[in-house]
Design a protein around this ligand. Structure first.
Ligand SMILES: [Mg+2]
Length: 146
């Protein structure tokens, strides 16, 4: 369930010196939870983080996301899909917000309308991204939150 990009300090130092790493050096060593049910969407996000020195926790439904946060799994930021099995991303965010107000949550959804953005922010998300989005867009939003 967990995948780690760079375990060794050497790897992290190497990455820190690359142009890509300069996008957001604050991400190094952080844990990002990606809540996404479609494997290809998850793979794309995973690739976006490939040179960031972060740990990725992948969850494919809202129930597991809430359970892991409630169990105290250390997560620095959550990327939350909205259309999810078992419990959608809006409800999962609302539940997480009842006990954790501090973890930044970025909502992401396809076929987004302005009303989606408003619903996400109202549910407790900090930011909203309409799929498909570019890596640069994600990094820009993340740098405001982490
Ligand atoms: Mg989905």
């Amino acid at each position: 369930m967990q995948q780690t990009f760079s375990n060794s300090l050497n790897d992290q130092i190497k990455e820190r010196s690359t142009g890509l790493q300069a996008e957001n050096p604050d991400l190094i060593g952080k844990t990002i939870m990606i809540v996404e049910d479609v494997p290809s969407n998850y793979q794309l996000l995973y690739a976006y983080f490939s040179k960031c020195g972060v740990k990725i926790i992948h969850v494919d439904n809202g129930v597991d996301a809430v359970a892991m946060i409630s169990d105290g799994v250390k997560v620095d930021l959550i990327i939350m899909d909205i259309r999810l099995p078992k419990l959608n991303g809006l409800m999962a965010t609302q539940q997480i917000r009842t006990f954790r107000k501090d973890i930044p949550i970025i909502a992401q959804t396809a076929f987004a309308m302005q009303s989606d953005r408003e619903m996400c922010l109202k549910a407790g998300c900090d930011e909203f991204l309409a799929k498909p989005f570019r890596k640069q867009e994600l990094m820009r939003i993340m740098s405001k939150l982490i």
